[in-house]
Write a protein that binds this ligand. Structure first.
Ligand code: C5P
Length: 245
């Protein structure tokens, strides 16, 4: 059992190629608002109560990440990743220690507000085995198949974000089990759920968006500018009346 304000270790996965973004450098090293995405991510996790970070990177970029994270706000250890996201998480888990709370985060979500990080951390500190941030789905959704498409009730759906929080020992054993069974997953909550553990939901935030496509850079640049101007790690206040004044 953890305690509610126990600091967590951040496990930031940044070993993907980020090909959908285009451009000459991998996604996590793209600079927005004067800082690489991975640096924003590590600092966001620190603001939410992580006291150290394990960052998982591609072997050939380890020196670039060392430079990108040289002035991060918490100590950082770099670990080499694997071919799938779940392999990168498994490699990172070997470096996080045996006990406590781990928050697994996509480097591609640089602007997760401190409040979301804190909510995930505190849910695990209060006894949840696995806690994840989610958002309601705002678009209408259809399931598309070879015979056409059918509407899906969006009120039953939620979009899943990171960081996802876990008791370290439990997540390690769930990942070992997933590897033995050859499970293919896109996040760590799925690894835990497959082992029979309940998943606790906490409110996510639009700012925890995953920077994936060139369009997202436009939004991310605006968020970074607002953060730099306000000097805060919290959600950016959008004043819809500003134009009218
Ligand atoms: O590809 P996707 O958007 O799902 O990647 C989510 C996160 O997982 C990214 O931050 C990416 O760098 C990371 N990743 C990784 N190792 C891989 C693939 C993805 O660390 N082999």
């Amino acid at each position: 059992m953890q305690n509610i304000d126990e600091p967590a270790v951040a496990l930031v996965v940044a070993a993907g190629s980020g090909t959908r973004l285009g451009g000459p450098v991998p996604k996590a090293l793209v600079e927005i608002g004067g800082r690489p995405l991975v640096r924003w991510s590590v600092d966001a996790l620190a603001a939410g109560g992580c006291d150290r970070a394990v960052v998982v990177v591609a072997a050939e970029l380890i020196d670039d990440f060392r430079v990108a994270l040289a002035e991060a706000s918490i100590p950082v250890e770099l670990v080499v990743g694997g071919s799938r996201r779940q392999d990168s998480v498994a490699h990172g888990l070997a470096a996080v220690g045996e006990q406590g709370i781990v928050l697994v985060h996509d480097a591609a979500r640089p602007f997760v507000p401190a409040q979301v990080v804190q909510a995930v951390r505190r849910a695990v500190g209060s006894g949840a085995v696995c806690a994840i941030p989610v958002l309601p789905v705002v678009d209408s959704i259809r399931r598309v198949g070879t015979e056409g498409s059918v509407v899906v009730d969006r009120s039953e759906l939620a979009a899943v974000q990171t960081p996802q929080g876990f008791d370290i020992a439990t997540l390690r054993s769930c990942h070992l089990r997933a590897a033995e069974l050859g499970l293919e997953v896109t996040d760590d909550a799925a690894v835990c759920e497959a082992a029979g553990h309940p998943v606790t939901l906490v409110p996510g935030a639009r700012e925890a968006m995953k920077v994936t496509e060139p369009f997202d850079i436009v939004v991310a640049t605006a968020i970074a500018a607002a953060r730099v101007a306000s000097g805060s790690e919290g959600p950016v206040a959008v004043d819809l009346n500003k134009e009218k004044q």
